[in-house]
Structures are given as C-alpha cells and as structure tokens.
Design a protein around this ligand. Structure first.
Ligand code: GAL
Length: 714
C-alpha cells in the first residue's frame, strides 16, 4: 500500500513537472525528433500513416543539428506540455497551416483547431498544420493531434536578455502594446509531445525536408491537372452528359466532372448510393462519360444516413453523437474504415468513378460532433476533429492505391503529414484576394489549395478569378449552386477559353512541377520568400516603422507581407489582378525577368507597375526559364499517348530544365518507371540560342513526339 502510494507520488511528480533538456535524435538527413514528457500515441503523423521518401533527402545538403536545438525548452506541468523555441530579432515566421489573410505569422496568437475558415487568421482553419518555418532556415513541427495554442512571438519574459524597457504611455509615442518577445511558446494540452526540427539551410530546404518526411508531395494523374467542372447539384445523368458534350462543342477542355450532392439518394447525411431517379444506370453512365474522355468525381460527406445500406453495420463503430442525424464512422477503427471502403468500392470505384470531394469534415462547431462526444476507438473527440480530414484522405487514397490507379480530389480538412495525399483543399469563403494568400500559405504547410471559381457579379470578376484558377493546383469551376459554365459571361468567353486552353498547353510544365513536389518536396505553388535571392531579414511586426519600408522588399530588411503574388513552378511568377483593379505593382526578385506572353524584358530586382488589361493575368519568367508546352488538347494525354512539345525559352541566359515523364495514371513510377529528360538552351558561338534535349532512356516512359523550340525573347 505504502509502496503504491510512493509510486503514485513519484509518477505525479514526473507527470506534473518534467523539465529536461530535449534529447534530439536524427530521423532523416536534416530532420531531428525530440521528445518532451510522454507523448500520446495517437498523433498527426501516426494517423497520416506516411513514411519518408528517403531517396529525396539525398539531393539536399547535409547539415548539422542546428544550434537552436539546445535552446528549445520543453516542460510538463499540470499534465500539459509547454514548449519554448527561441526567436531572434531579425526572424520572421511562416506556416501554421492554411491562413487566408496573412503570410507572416510572427506576433500572432493562434489556436490551431480544424474548422471552417471564418475570416480571421486565428488558427481555426481547414488545415491548422502545427508546422512553421523560420526565415533563418529551420522548421518546427509539433506532432500532436490536440488543439494547440501558439504564441508565435507574443508574450515577454521578465528574465529575457532582450526584454524591452517599460515605456510611459502618457508621454512616449513609441509605447507599444506588444513589447518584444523572444520566443515561440506552444501549449500542448497533454503530458508530452514529439517535436520535430527540420534544418535548412534555406527556408525552401526546410519545406522540402518537411514534404519529403511526409512521403513526398503528391503526384496527381495527368488528368487531375486538366480542367474540371462541378455540375449543378440536382443534375441528372442526361444533363451531365449534355454538359460534357457542350464543353466539347464549344471547344473547352474538360478532364473531369464533379457531381454534387444530388447524385446520392440521400445527402446530409449521405447514403453513398446513387439516386435512381436522376441516375438510373450508374455503371452505364460512368462508362459513357469515360468513353467521352471524362472522369467523374463524387461529392460526399462521411456522415451516414439511416437509409444507407451500411448504416446498421456501421452503427456500433460510430461516434456517440450524430451529424445532421447521420452517424459518424469511427475511422480510427479498422472495422469502420473497411465498411466504408467496401461501400465506396462497390458503389463507385468498382464502376469507374475516379475520385471524391469529401466535404464538411472541418466544422462549424454546432454541426460537428462536440468535444464531449466519444468514439469506440477511445480517441478523444478533440483529436478526432484534428485528424478526421487525414483519415478520410488516407482511407480513400488507399482504395485507389490498391488498384494501381491514381486519383485527385477535393477535401475540406487536413493536417500535418498530408503532403502525399491526392487531395486539394477548398472552401465556401469566396474572397478572391484571400484565396491567393491561401495558395501561398498552402506551400508552407504540405497541402494544396484551389482558388475555385463559382458565381461572379460581373464578367470582369469571372475572368479575373478564372485566370488564377488556371495557375493553381486544380483548375475548377464549382457550379453546384448555379450551373455557371465557362462561357456564361459571353463578353469574356474567348478570354476564358484561352486560359482554359493555356492550362492544357502548360501540362508538361505543371506535371513536371508536381513531379518535383513528389521527388524533391518542392511545392509547385508557393510564396515569394521561398525563392532564392530572397534574403529576408524580417523584423517583428510590432516593431515596424514606415521608414523601414524599402522600395524592394527583397533587400535586406523586409517589413511588408507579400501575399498577392506567388511562384508557380520553377520559373514563373504570377501576379493576379482583382476585380476593380486596372493596375498593380509587382515585386521582382533579383535577376532579369521577362513577360510570359511576349518574352519582353520587364525588370530586375525592382518594383514594377503594370497595367495588363482585363485579358491578361501578369505572369513573369526568370532569365533562362524554360517552359515545356503541348498542343491545346481538350483532355490530358492518356497513358502512353505521344504528344508534341513546344519548348519555350525566355531571356538571355542559358537555361536548363528537367522534364518529367511517366504513364501519368498508375503508381509504376514508385518502382522506377519514369524518366527525366534534360533540356538545355545554350548560346552558340554565332550568338544564337540553340536547344537540345537528352534522349529517352531505353525501356523508360517516353511520351514526347515532335519538338519545336521557341525563343521568346527577341
Ligand atoms: C458545400 C461545399 C460546396 C458544395 C456544397 C454542396 O459544403 O463547400 O462546394 O459542394 O457543399 O452542398
């Protein structure tokens, strides 16, 4: 009895006040794991179930454990874990998931919580990934599925060597409500956590290591990078077929159609079964669509209607609470996953459905299961909320993997560990400008984001939105509510068509850039500050002064957020215009830059003002940039289809590009069935540029037909 009491006391001392130097263990090249307290077994990485893409690390520089590691503190008190990661004055922070309005996160207080985005960057978002990147070239991941509170450089310790001096607000105009803070503090409401440290040296290297650690970025099927239209929710099979035919007769590309809730016999909660009135013969319908070269993507949410054939079997492995009176499968149990998978296979995948849009797994609090709910797996409701997006992605992705067939779909919630999942995030919030900021932030968090196009108030808005969708991970019109078509605004229909076709022409580039995401962890769409030549030395927002603002934020001190222009692949800088704008400024990094459409020189390391006209989204190419393009086909090339290439070169400098090729549809690339072809453009003795491309390796995929070269800069 006494001994028991002693042990109890000892363990409570242990739990309530662990304070130890974190021991770091190298887990991959440039990645270290630290353990504080006793981490919970159920974690983000455990749920994602991915393993590192080891081979990719070999192309990153070898690095030592950053000195910072020894300065990171972790304490367990009161059954909670308190982490402190030091900050330097000139440091800026990026990441913490899918934020919509801000790129720089230093100074923020965030409650990382899966939720529908409600217009404020406070941590509640569709993918509140607890991973951040420092401008000083390291990254931190907290592998906890709890709701985390992050003080991203707010809060000032009295013993900080850098502590600010108290000021008199009565008399001192430099008084600030947020004096200097020298650390990121994170509160994990659990008696332990794993913490991962990712080394650089550059911020891009950090992101790459993170993505590779999470399995490498997703490589979508080629068709996933084509164009997609989501039809009106109440459309019938006949109307969907007609819509596909209209795309063809109007000459607009189309690779997959998304069916919205009306395809199901019951929705909100869902039956996962076809509505026999609107879709009397699903197998025949899916087959006919495939014959037209169009794949189908099905909307669903995971909540099961009492009328669904799997309701009864799922009931024992579902949550204590319902969502819209539907049961919530406990996807942490094998039984629930299998029941769901079997249903999807039987009803959809087995008859040729190519993917899913999985909705409503993020929140609203009052819709979803509450945090007091229980699950048969005993996973706390809070942790289920943080990981449900990971579960649905993993569970559905597995179904395609086992068929050796790639998929590409849509998802409303995600978290850490998701880089390799074939899903793109979307939401109902419809702020065009913020959609671009989200696109930038997705690149810091190992997730993809689509600035989808829905309704628009004007032709101008329609075209401006469409232009950005064409330069994003998924080029989509989501007409579920209003059945808009790309040609719905006749005054801009030709321009819309031009961008839809440009999306297709650029497929060899997009596909290669996604291959780089997969094999090298480089996000295809990303913020400017991951660019080399971007020597960012940010200062805390709280200490900003207008006088610090320089013309060119790529110079030493950057105090301004850049959240309305982004990099698309290796060579392109995209600078969208928003409704009402005729002109905008674009910040060009160091080096010569050229206009994508004309090849003309536009500037070097400077801020330019452009007035592109409604028909153009400004896009710029780095000196020596090479963009491989194909003819404007209406569907993505099929496996083995030979396609001609137009290889464009921009600027004066020699250029190189590694063009990726594989069958575009299966996972055979994981077994080495792919090729990289080296493209080179070099200036000859006669002063002219000349292009060359390496031969396809024997026995490796080769889908390249005739090649023409286009030297864009005269
Ligand atoms: C929303 C979703 C929309 C559409 C709609 C259908 O939750 O964001 O894109 O799918 O449901 O009811």
């Amino acid at each position: 009895m006494r001994r028991g009491l002693f042990l109890l006391l000892l363990s409570s001392v242990f739990i309530f006040s662990i304070q130890a130097q974190i021991q770091w263990k190298q887990v991959e090249s440039g990645v270290w794991k630290g353990v504080v307290g006793i981490p919970e077994e159920y974690s983000l990485l455990q749920v994602s179930g991915v393993s590192p893409l080891k081979e990719g690390f070999s192309r990153l520089p070898e690095v030592e454990l950053p000195v910072l590691a020894t300065e990171i503190e972790g304490n367990v008190r009161d059954s909670k874990t308190y982490l402190s990661i030091p900050l330097q004055r000139n440091e800026q922070l990026y990441g913490f998931g899918l934020n919509f309005q801000t790129v720089q996160q230093r100074g923020k207080v965030l409650n990382l919580h899966v939720d529908h985005y409600k217009g404020q960057d406070n941590g509640r978002t569709h993918a509140p990934v607890p991973f951040y990147i420092s401008s000083l070239g390291y990254g931190i991941l907290i592998n906890s599925a709890r709701y985390l509170t992050v003080y991203a450089g707010s809060g000032s310790r009295k013993d900080s060597p850098e502590a600010s001096v108290a000021k008199d607000r009565n008399t001192d105009p430099t008084w600030t409500a947020s004096p200097y803070s020298d650390a990121v503090s994170i509160l994990v409401p659990a008696p332990g956590t794993e913490i991962y440290l990712f080394a650089g040296p550059t911020s891009m290297d950090v992101v790459r290591r993170y993505n590779l650690f999470c399995g490498g970025g997703v490589l979508p099927p080629r068709w996933g990078l084509g164009f997609t239209q989501r039809t009106h929710t109440m459309y019938t099979a006949e109307q969907v077929e007609k819509e596909a035919d209209e795309f063809a007769s109007h000459g607009y590309p189309l690779d997959f159609i998304g069916l919205e809730p009306g395809w199901q016999s019951k929705a909100y909660p869902c039956s996962f079964e076809w509505d026999k009135g609107r879709y009397p013969n699903p197998k025949e319908f899916v087959g006919k669509m495939l014959d037209k070269g169009i794949r189908l993507n099905l909307w669903t949410n995971p909540y099961i209607s009492p009328e669904s054939g799997i309701y009864e079997a799922m009931y024992p492995v579902s949550c204590s609470h319902t969502v819209w009176c539907g049961i919530v499968p406990d996807l942490a149990t094998k039984e629930a996953r299998k029941l769901w998978q079997d249903k999807l296979k039987l009803e959809h995948i087995g008859i040729g459905v190519s993917g899913y849009k999985i909705d409503e797994i993020d929140g609203y609090d009052r819709w979803l299961w509450p945090d007091v709910a229980t699950f048969p797996s005993k996973v706390p409701a809070e942790m289920m909320r943080q990981t449900y997006g990971l579960w649905v992605q993993r569970t559905t992705a597995e179904l395609y993997k086992e068929r050796n067939q790639r998929t590409y779909g849509l998802i409303r919630a995600s978290n850490a560990g998701a880089s390799s999942f074939p899903y793109v995030l979307y939401n109902d919030y419809y702020n065009h400008r913020d959609y671009i900021t989200a696109l930038i932030n997705s690149g810091f968090s190992g997730v993809l984001w689509t600035p989808e196009v829905r309704h628009s108030k004007s032709a101008e808005e329609w075209l401006r939105r469409f232009q950005t969708a064409a330069f994003s991970p998924m080029a989509m019109i989501n007409a579920w509510a209003d059945s808009t078509k790309p040609w719905s605004f006749p005054e801009v229909a030709p321009q819309i068509k031009e961008y839809a076709l440009l999306r297709m022409q650029m497929m060899p580039y997009w596909y290669t850039e996604f291959a780089r995401y997969h094999f090298d962890g480089i996000p295809p769409f990303r913020g400017m500050n991951l660019e080399s030549g971007f020597n960012l030395q940010a200062v805390s927002k709280t200490e900003l002064h207008d006088k610090d603002l320089k013309d060119n934020p790529y110079l030493e001190t950057v105090t301004k957020e850049i959240k309305d222009q982004y990099m698309a692949g290796e060579y392109l800088l995209v600078a969208p215009l928003f409704t009402g704008e005729k002109t905008r400024t674009v910040i060009l990094p160091q080096g010569n830059w050229y206009d994508f459409y004309t090849g003309d020189y536009v500037g070097n390391g400077e801020v330019i003002t452009v007035t592109p006209g409604l028909e153009r989204i400004p896009v710029y190419v780095k000196d020596g940039g090479i963009i491989p393009m194909m003819p404007p086909l209406l569907h993505a090339p099929k496996a083995g289809q030979i396609v001609d290439l137009e290889i464009r070169h921009y600027g004066k400098a020699n250029g190189t590009y590694r063009l990726y090729d594989d069958d575009g549809e299966t996972f055979d690339y994981e077994k080495g069935d792919y090729s990289w072809r080296d493209i080179k453009v070099e200036r000859q003795k006669n002063g002219k540029l000349k292009g060359s491309i390496s031969k396809a390796q024997k026995g490796k995929p080769n889908s390249i037909g005739k090649i023409t070269w286009k030297f864009m800069t005269k």
